[in-house]
Design a protein around this ligand. Structure first.
Ligand code: B1M
Length: 210
């Protein structure tokens, strides 16, 4: 079995210490951090996803997989984060109200940071009021929202509506992402961009902050 496949298995099994150890070993032997993320850590989540959907895995087991993945991310994050951070280009990002999924959002944060953006990560279950307050506090030019549930994606619209009410809508570009979200949903709720993945988020932020 390749090291990537082994790492994916460790994530699937929620074996955090093994994920930590193998990630470090792969880094030490010169494997690219992005390859470790894509072909090891996220490949592990790709094993988990259908099993969760089919009822073969349950929430506690999926949490263990998520935690194990996080151990690998902790090692990789400093290696891919950029140092040339410009405070003039601030992106506020979070997972919307009612939603606790943060694996994808955290990946987006890492990739944006690697692009040299100043990212203010509000975490999960972020209310529209908290997004608005963060835009004001940080004088942000871009807002990123993540949602993984069909029920919580509607809170993206709530947030955009509050931005309008607060007179902030013209000051910020809004980009959204997450598995249930699409370009047509972005159009429907008045977001400026839909990003299918973390690299798309980085490219989009780059265009907005040129
Ligand atoms: Co949840 N869950 N979950 N879950 N979970 C899904 C989303 C689900 C599709 C599983 C399924 O197939 N049934 C389903 C949603 C169904 C629906 O709404 N239609 C579901 C459900 C039902 C639930 C609970 C309700 C289960 C329960 O309690 N009965 C519950 C809800 C909790 C809550 O949020 N209130 C729940 C809980 C959990 C765990 C806590 C166990 C765990 C989350 C752990 C964590 O995040 N810390 C979990 C997980 C891990 C998943 C799955 C298996 C994997 C999600 C993931 O991390 N993918 C997921 C199944 C699936 O998605 N197929 C599922 C990997 C990640 C890298 O991809 O997040 O898509 P993703 O991010 C990508 C892009 O989407 C994009 O870039 C990322 C990287 O390329 N992107 C953005 C994401 N956000 C972006 C923001 C941007 C730009 C791009 O901003 C600009």
């Amino acid at each position: 079995m390749s090291e990537f496949a082994q790492l994916a298995q460790f994530v699937y099994k929620g074996a955090a210490p093994s994920v930590k150890e193998l990630t470090q070993k792969m880094v030490d032997s010169g494997t690219s951090p992005m390859e470790i993320i894509t072909n090891g850590l996220l490949a592990g989540m790709d094993i988990v996803s259908p099993k969760f959907k089919n009822g073969e895995m349950f929430v506690p087991e999926v949490m263990m997989s998520a935690r194990a993945l996080g151990e690998g991310m902790k090692i990789l994050k400093p290696l891919i984060s950029g140092e040339d951070v410009s405070v003039a280009k601030t992106i506020v990002i979070g997972t919307v109200s009612g939603d606790l999924h943060d694996i994808g959002k955290n990946l987006v944060v890492m990739i944006l940071e690697s692009g040299g953006f100043n990212v203010v990560d509000l975490g999960v279950d972020v209310s529209p009021a908290k997004f608005v307050a963060a835009v004001k506090e940080n004088n942000a030019q871009v807002v990123g929202m993540s949602a993984l549930l069909t029920t919580t994606m509607l809170n993206m619209k709530e947030t955009i509506d509050l931005m309008k009410e607060e007179g902030l809508r013209d000051q910020v570009k809004i980009m959204i992402g997450g598995a249930p979200v699409s370009q047509s949903f972005a159009d429907e709720i008045g977001a400026d961009a839909y990003c299918a993945d973390a690299m798309a988020a980085k490219d989009t932020a780059g265009k907005f902050l040129k």
